[in-house]
Design a protein around this ligand. Structure first.
Ligand SMILES: Nc1nc2c(ncn2[C@@H]2O[C@H](COP(=O)(O)OP(=O)(O)OP(=O)(O)O)[C@@H](O)[C@H]2O)c(=O)[nH]1
Ligand SMILES: [Mg+2]
Length: 282
């Protein structure tokens, strides 16, 4: 995720500083990076700790975006280009500075891929429809292969959520591992019956075997049905974090989105800055 934007002017003053997500960046690193861009006068992309810095000169100043290390360079470059053009408009009085600041977040939106897996009929498509603010279907229409849906009106930081809703029926299951790639979050949906939960454990094992570098969590869906296993029990069986859900109830939209927000928080690497003793002034 792009989590910060900075603009540094010709006199090394930071004239724009905007934070979009819980990650912290060390301002000194930003200043040092800005100095390197100024000196080289070309677009630079550097990884400093867990943060990817990308910056380009604008006049005698610099525009910088900070993102996470797995964010793709070409996507970041594209966003940097947009921000630079918009700031250029500020400098030429085509755009108000306040408007630039207000819209800045929109200029740096990228996509979070969430894979939704689980056996046929457990409620994956229902859950995606719920998150998108639609009316969840009451009849069962099995998904064919895969259905990709953007979740409108639900941004997390600068991420827009894209749900990859996989078909759960046997004949489609081979496709899953092909499409996991680039997924930050994998949501495993079960219908909270013992049989389905036990079967779903195999899916967790598959994910572990393939070493998919994603945050994996499970939804114990259909909690409204009699005999539904409690989320805490499902969690003990599956060994991943489990949330209870009734995906056919539209009142649960915010809850479903919060589960993803929470997962992303947990998937955000801790930022630890090491300060040399010689750099400290008391
Ligand atoms: N009672 C109840 N029914 C639900 C719930 N969530 C989904 N359903 C129903 O379960 C059925 C199957 O839902 P889908 O969302 O299509 O299932 P799916 O996991 O996408 O299935 P595949 O596409 O075949 O993998 C539908 O009839 C839904 O209405 C729930 O929380 N409670
Ligand atoms: Mg489906």
């Amino acid at each position: 995720m792009i989590h910060h934007c900075f603009v540094v002017d010709a006199r090394d003053k930071i004239v724009v500083q905007k934070k979009f997500w819980i990650i912290t960046v060390d301002i000194r690193r930003v200043e040092e990076f800005a100095a390197r861009v100024k000196e080289s006068q070309v677009l630079l992309c550097e990884e400093i700790g867990p943060t990817k810095f990308i910056g380009k000169p604008l006049g005698r100043g610099v525009v910088i975006l900070c993102a996470e290390s797995f964010d793709e360079d070409n996507v970041l470059q594209d966003k940097l280009e947009t921000v630079t053009q918009k700031f250029q408009q500020v400098l030429t009085y085509q755009l108000e500075f306040e408007e630039f600041m207000e819209r800045l977040e929109d200029f740096v939106v990228t996509t979070l891929k969430v894979s939704i897996i689980g056996y046929g009929g457990v409620g994956k498509t229902t859950l995606v429809t719920l998150m998108s603010g639609g009316t969840p279907p009451r009849t069962y229409t099995p998904t064919v292969a895969i259905d990709i849906q953007k979740v409108e009106g639900a941004r997390i930081g600068t991420y827009e959520i894209s749900c990859w809703d996989f078909a759960g029926q046997d004949r489609f299951r081979k496709l899953w591992e092909l499409y996991f790639r680039g997924s930050r979050i994998v949501l495993l949906v079960t219908d909270s019956t013992l049989e389905n939960v036990l079967n779903s454990k195999d899916i967790i094992d598959l994910i572990r075997r393939k070493e998919i570098p994603a945050e994996v969590l499970a939804i114990a869906n259909k909690q409204d049905l009699p005999g539904a296993l409690k989320p805490s029990l499902v969690q003990r069986i599956l060994g991943v974090r489990v949330y209870g859900m009734v995906a056919i109830d539209t009142a649960n939209r915010a809850k479903a989105l919060d589960i993803i927000r929470e997962a992303l928080r947990r998937a955000t690497p801790e930022q630890v800055f090491h300060v040399e003793r010689s750099d400290m002034a008391f």
